[in-house]
Design a protein around this ligand. Sequence first.
Ligand code: UDP
Length: 333
Amino acid sequence: MTALLVTGGAGYIGSHMVNLLVSEGHQVTVFDNLTTGHRDAVTRTGFIEGDLQRLADVTRAFDGRKIDVVMHFAASCYVGESVHHPAKYYANNVIGTLNLLEGMRESEVRRLVFSSTCSTYGDPVSLPMNEDHPQQPVNPYGMSKLTAERAMADYGRAYGLSTVALRYFNAAGCDPDGELGERHDPETHLIPLILREALRVRVGGNPADTVLQVFGDDFDTPDGSCVRDYVHVEDLCAAHLLAMERLMAGKVAGFEAFNLGTGNGYSVKEVIETCTRVTGQDIQYRMAGRRAGDPARLVASAARARAELGWVPRFEELEGIVETAWRWFQQRG
Ligand code: UDP
């Protein structure tokens, strides 16, 4: 049994992770400030309401607790918002992470699994992108996560911290049992917005009154809309478990990074077509201008995660991912 502190454990990916950890028999304490997380998503573990931006809260979380591994999900994660409100991203993602690293250093906790992102790479110079791709973020979100990565690598060299950074491509889908889902407020992510539109039409809304927007059709992609690599939240969680085991086995010296994606790219328009097929609804959209900070294509090579972590995603195709999300959406609306 491993004892974990999970920051952001009340959020979308964190709450899925906590369920997996608990079902595997691990001991979990969740640390979350509930600004975007949901208290009702944390039912089976200890819970600390605290803010990573307050060092005292972080110190309190470690005090008197034996923690083997920290999983750090808590972050602000909207590309578009980060362009217009970078202060929030540097405060939450950089200062918050630095406080967490200090809390770990003070209490001699030396194993960390970090939720990083393909946004640390910026515009692709080669596709699919592997971990050696240059890291030149094109938005403050990506820069804040890259800065956090760099701090972890430096803490590794100086203080013996071992970190596995998992660079997610586009997290999507919901718990296949339909218990947990993706609930952001306001929602900005593509698949939940499309499914919300499908629900609106299903209950009698006029498809022509759609509020769904496609941000840009003049990108250098086959149909002009952005291409992304969607990876199921349960597959992300499975990779975290493997990363934790690798840390516990003492196989991580310093900082390691792994991409998590399926290697399959889908354009925004293809995602809408897939959602139309899965939901059976007439989903229409309006064309809108590009969203600030969006690279044209992001597609992963996850060869390193497959080879070194032994990670095999269960959901390789978008259709299966959307099916799990649609199941949850129909239950929860
Ligand atoms: N997108 C869109 N309309 C929306 C929301 C997103 O066209 O209402 C596009 C967005 O520009 C990006 C892709 O869908 O190319 C995925 O965006 P999302 O916000 O889901 O994830 P991100 O790539 O920002 O992590």
